[in-house]
Design a binder for this molecule. Structure first.
Ligand SMILES: *Cc1c(COP(=O)(O)O)cnc(C)c1O
Length: 424
């Protein structure tokens, strides 16, 4: 029998898809672990850059699942890719070749400095893979018995034990000791601090295997990497045979106005990771590397879900849409428009707004240290005005809309922010 003949006709599904209404926050809080302090709304529908809550209220979505919904909500390309892939084949195993995985790896390799890709399910898992690869490289090539990975203060690399240790923010590590050995922290964008750390750590024998940084620190306050700093980091790595790992989980996949954040810095990493925007909201992560450090052998690393036909087929449709619809130029233009508008608002409120900064469509508005305002207060006020935003730390409000955001939608968001600051 042909495969088509075996497929059952699709049932027509009456909305809603699941029994989630009427929604009860009390019920939710009774059954879900209390790991998040949630805003008091539940979102049930989305289209483009808009979402609707269970009361039918509309919001402009400048969070996009935290820099994840690259093509917004219910994008026709994603609807088609998801539907076709689930009807054809959604999961097998890496015991077999997965053509969609090969095609996605090829696209990523052809559109980056990397030569190889490994697929997993999240940013933390991609960074775990990068740390494991660096450690294996340290043992096999650099001859380091107890390798050290240098990361930055205020960084964010994930919530698993190794990646939360890599994360240079004590608030995320509190309560989870013993942490993973082999990490050391330096101040971001500070060349002298890095040089001093390397001299100190490698004084008697080489111990530093890798330096792992974000091209732009996202969670840590939307802080773009400094070009001169990253060029010096690259030079130091080359001189000393140290691997440079870039965590592109938030800033990669077009969000910075280039496909990869490192393109803003004029350097290439040896290893980099991607997740958030890669699948446009379908869970997928990737760890990519250059040939020379591709030391993994069969059995060294794995993931059951990693690289399955569903996630890879959908992610490839997202990648191809970024290219076909020339979204990078939209990211650059809309980013300029947003920063210009935010700076005009900042000029009217110099006591409250310290700085507006970012690349492409990852931008932050930093609140004056002396101002009593906090980022979460501003997020609550704009939410009441129909605009979703997300804090990046207590004093920075983050703007990460879908990459398809329009000129009108940026203007609308600016209107809501203007209104918020006028009312505060
Ligand atoms: C979100 C994020 C991670 C963690 O990704 P998860 O998918 O939540 O595990 C890692 N690094 C950076 C830079 C991130 O922004």
């Amino acid at each position: 029998m042909s495969p088509e003949a075996l497929v059952q006709p699709l049932p027509t599904i009456a909305t809603p898809l699941a029994t989630t209404s009427p929604f009860s926050p009390e019920d939710f809080n009774e059954h879900v672990m209390t790991t998040y302090a949630r805003y008091p709304i539940a979102l049930e529908r989305g289209a483009g850059c808009r979402v609707w809550d269970t009361n039918g209220r509309e919001y402009l979505d400048f969070v996009a699942g935290i820099a994840t919904c690259t093509l917004g909500h219910a994008h026709p390309v994603m609807v088609q890719a998801v539907t076709e892939q689930i009807q054809t084949l959604h999961h097998v195993s890496n015991l077999y070749y997965v053509p969609q995985q090969g095609a996605l790896a090829k696209w990523l390799v052809e559109h980056s400095c990397a030569d190889r890709a490994f697929f997993c399910n999240s940013g933390a898992e991609a960074n775990e893979g990068a740390i494991k690869l660096a450690r294996k490289y340290a043992h096999e090539v650099q001859n380091i018995a107890d390798p050290i990975v240098i990361t930055a203060h205020a960084s964010f690399h994930g919530r698993t034990l190794a990646t939360v240790t890599a994360t240079g923010q004590p608030k995320y590590q509190k309560g989870f000791s013993p942490l993973v050995p082999g990490f050391y922290y330096v101040t971001y964008n500070d060349t002298a601090a890095l040089e001093a750390a390397l001299d100190d750590l490698d004084r008697n024998e080489p111990r530093v295997a890798a330096i792992m940084l974000e091209a732009l620190q996202g969670e840590g306050g939307v802080r773009p990497g400094d070009r001169a700093y990253f060029q010096r980091v690259r030079q130091l790595c080359d001189e000393r045979g140290i691997l440079l790992i870039l965590d592109e989980v938030q800033v990669g996949m077009g969000r910075s106005g280039h496909l990869w954040g490192y393109e803003n810095l004029g350097i290439e990493p040896d290893i980099f990771t991607s997740a958030k925007g890669l699948g446009g909201g379908i869970p997928i992560g990737a760890m990519l590397c250059k040939s020379f450090c591709n030391v993994f052998q069969p059995g060294d690393h794995a993931s059951t879900f990693g690289g399955n036909p569903f996630a890879c087929g959908v992610a490839l449709s997202v990648c191809e849409t970024i290219e076909r619809e020339n979204l990078l130029s939209n990211v650059r233009d809309r980013g300029e428009q947003l920063r210009e508008g935010l700076r005009a608002i900042a000029q009217k409120h110099p006591n409250h707004i310290a700085e507006v900064r970012g690349w492409g469509l990852i931008n932050g508005l930093e609140i004056e240290a002396d101002s009593p305002l906090t980022s979460s207060e501003i997020v609550k006020v704009t939410m009441a005005n129909g605009l979703l935003l997300v804090p990046a730390g207590p004093k920075v409000v983050r703007f990460v809309p879908p990459l398809i955001v329009t000129e009108d939608e940026i203007d609308q968001a600016l209107g809501a922010i203007e209104q918020a600051f006028a009312s505060l």
